[in-house]
Design a protein around this ligand. Structure first.
Ligand SMILES: Cc1cc2nc3c(=O)[nH]c(=O)nc-3n(C[C@H](O)[C@H](O)[C@H](O)COP(=O)(O)OP(=O)(O)OC[C@H]3O[C@@H](n4cnc5c(N)ncnc54)[C@H](O)[C@@H]3O)c2cc1C
Length: 409
């Protein structure tokens, strides 16, 4: 068993509890470094819902692949196991499941998983970094450790995670080893990551745009390629927040094709309604200043920028608003322009797209097709769900099936 994160710990526990002798190799000096920082340290460990609801969050090929794993070990099963070990969980309004609010709640989840594994007799070895796999289909012979030691086993499970946040021990190298052994995969690709902007606005750091949608277009004023409803938050280099994270993969794909442009649709972005509102205001409230009105719709720090772009002084009164200024305001305030994105950084993603191709894996056993003793689970697979507990659940569920060795018994 290689990798002592969410997926590896569950796989090790499950295999151990079925009476197998399990040795878990973790490269770091401690287990579950990524689990500990998940959900900002609070660990959004799963999402409420049955198999169908969880599947619906993933792209259709990933959902089909996950079905047996979610049936075997779903959101309710996970919560039950944790409850047995004293980690009570609760569901937030948006369906996200967290441990009861206590400081360091992610650490409680990790502790519970480690307890399960140890109780099942799993031998845990930390600072045991695997650097190569040796063998050829259909049989892996051994793994080579950084120390030079070689270790054999009847069955190998790889749960080394993705390639983001390499400081947590996940460098993504297992994908290359597997490709070398003829197991296909898709290169790592950024997902659920902040989006840098070509023209960042450090002065707006911390400002949020809410109750609208982030829109990705095929170049300035181009056709809409994708959008996501949710808040964004300006950072020193660009934007983050739910909508930015969810759209980051599509943004990077469009950027690499050379045609990506971003805007934030304020409200429903209805230009005709906004124009009508402005005309009405000119009639009923001619002394209202532009700056005041814009601030009703946008955070204060953005007001001067909008006025400048529209060619208006913030103290311009509505009665003095001419057609060009009105048109400019309508355009800026229906879809606030963010401009071209910069390269989305793989390492800053909550997950990675890419990984071992799902068609190479038997979804009931997690065995690599064409191999008798090699399994893969967790984020090393080409699986990536949205924010909301789906990614950890996918890691737990695939880990459970990987460790469930009934098929080999
Ligand atoms: C900041 C952040 C917040 C997140 N928040 C959430 C959240 O709230 N909810 C959610 O569902 N998901 C969240 N995620 C995603 C989630 O953490 C991952 O999807 C999940 O941890 C994947 O589990 P895994 O076991 O496959 O990989 P990991 O948990 O990354 O575990 C892989 C383990 O393998 C070890 N390893 C790697 N290579 C080797 C090697 N060569 N030899 C030995 N050991 C090795 C690593 O050190 C690591 O311990 C978050 C991710 C990040 C980065």
């Amino acid at each position: 068993m290689v990798g002592g994160g969410a997926s590896g710990l569950v796989a090790a526990w499950r295999a151990g509890s079925r009476g197998h002798r399990v040795r878990l190799l973790e490269g770091n000096s401690r287990l579950g470094a990524k689990l500990l920082i998940s959900g900002g340290g609070k660990c959004n460990l799963t999402h409420e819902g049955g198999v169908k609801e969880l599947m619906a969050a993933f792209p259709s090929d990933q959902a089909r692949f996950l079905r047996p794993a979610l049936h075997a070990f779903g959101s309710g099963d996970l919560r039950e196991q944790l409850q047995r070990l004293g980690v009570a969980t609760y569901v937030r309004e948006n369906g996200r499941v967290f441990p009861q609010d206590r400081p360091g709640s992610a650490a409680q989840v990790l502790e519970a998983l480690e307890t399960l594994a140890r109780q099942a007799g799993v031998e845990i070895r930390t600072e045991a970094r695997v650097v190569a796999l040796e063998g050829q289909a259909p049989g892996l012979r051994q793994v080579l450790l950084a120390s030079g030691q070689r270790l054999g086993a009847d069955l190998f499970i790889l749960a080394t995670g993705g390639a983001s946040y390499p400081e947590t021990g996940t460098r993504g190298e297992a994908l290359g080893w597997l490709q070398h052994l003829g197991v296909g995969g898709r290169p790592w690709f950024p997902a659920l990551a902040p989006i840098p902007l070509k023209e960042p606005r450090p002065a707006w750091e911390g400002v949020a745009l809410r109750e609208g949608s982030l829109v990705l277009r095929d170049g300035v004023g181009g056709k809409r390629l994708s959008s996501f409803t949710g808040d964004i938050l300006f950072t020193r280099r660009g934007i983050t927040g739910p909508a930015a994270l969810e759209l980051s993969e599509a943004v990077e794909e469009a950027r690499r094709r050379g045609r990506a442009w971003l805007g934030y649709l304020l409200g429903r972005g209805d230009e005709a309604a906004l124009e009508a509102e402005l005309l009405e205001l000119q009639r009923v409230n001619p002394h209202l200043s532009m700056g005041k009105w814009i601030h009703r719709r946008l955070p204060e720090r953005l007001v001067a920028h909008v006025c400048e772009k529209a060619g208006l002084a913030p103290d311009t009164r509505f009665k003095a608003l001419a057609r060009p200024g009105r048109r400019a305001l309508v355009s800026l305030l229906s879809e606030f322009p963010l401009g071209e994105p910069g390269p989305v950084v793989l390492e800053r993603g909550e997950v990675c797209a890419g990984g071992v191709a799902l068609e190479q894996i038997n979804p009931r056993t997690m065995l690599v097709r064409g191999w008798d003793n090699l399994k893969v689970c967790g984020e090393l697979l080409d699986l990536n769900g949205p924010v909301g507990g789906y990614n950890l659940q996918a890691a737990f569920s695939t880990g459970y099936l990987a460790g469930d060795m009934a098929q080999q018994e």
